[in-house]
Design a protein around this ligand. Structure first.
Ligand SMILES: Nc1nc2c(c(=O)[nH]1)N[C@H]1C(S)=C(S)[C@@H](COP(=O)(O)O)O[C@H]1N2
Ligand SMILES: [Mo]
Length: 199
């Protein structure tokens, strides 16, 4: 890893939109990827939740599509200061996916095809706050934006929303992911400006 794609074309707007502190709203949808876009065919896609005891819960593409789907419309906030308001997605709630899983873990480490990882408290994935999404604005999710499926955790900075998601490890102790090891925050609440470790 090491290449960050130049997707930042946003134009600051001054109108009184409700964005978190230090953010501005943009109509663009920048692509931010720490590395090349992995090509993941739906036929080979799997999503696995692994508990702290090593138990695995796995869905292939058709099993994933057979789960109840939801269509959240949410604001997203990148730590590089752009926010995008009213984005529409379709996917499966983590409440549904984790509903089948027995765990007393408090932390999650999300893994992507291509090697990206990001950590967050498990409570931030529950209670209608997070989804594995496969459609954006009524169309299949573009590979550049994480297709075939990505995590969507809109109430935290967007680096937590792992593109090309392939699984989640549930952990009793927090383990840091890609950006967190580089100094970014373990939780990343944009309303609290939790950008860096110690914020
Ligand atoms: N697998 C993976 N997921 C990722 C990233 C990445 O580099 N790889 N970048 C993160 C960051 S920093 C942001 S802001 C968003 C960008 O999503 P977008 O490219 O769809 O705008 O994806 C997040 N998820
Ligand atoms: Mo980001």
């Amino acid at each position: 890893m090491g290449i960050v794609s130049p997707g930042f074309q946003g134009r600051p707007r001054s109108a009184g939109e409700s964005v978190p502190p230090g953010q501005y709203a943009t109509d663009d949808f920048p692509v931010l990827s720490a590395g090349p876009t992995p090509r993941v065919p739906q036929a080979g896609w799997e999503f696995t939740i692994t508990t702290e005891t090593g138990a695995e819960h796995r869905w292939d593409w058709s099993a994933f599509l057979a789960l109840p789907s939801e269509s959240p419309t949410v604001d997203i906030h990148c730590v590089t200061q752009w926010s995008k308001l009213g984005t529409s997605w379709e996917g499966v709630s983590l409440d549904t996916l984790l509903g089948e899983v027995e765990t007393s873990a408090e932390f999650a480490l999300v893994h992507s095809y291509g090697g990206y990882t990001t950590n967050l408290p498990l409570t931030d994935l529950l209670d209608g706050q997070a989804w594995v999404v496969h459609r954006y604005e009524g169309a299949p999710l573009d590979p550049e934006h994480g297709g075939p499926a990505r995590l969507l955790v809109p109430h935290l900075y967007f680096w937590k929303s792992a593109k090309w998601v392939r699984g989640i490890r549930l952990l009793e102790r927090d383990e840091q992911g890609f950006w967190e090891l580089a100094g970014y925050h373990d939780r990343g609440d944009p309303w609290l400006e939790q950008r860096y470790q110690g914020d």
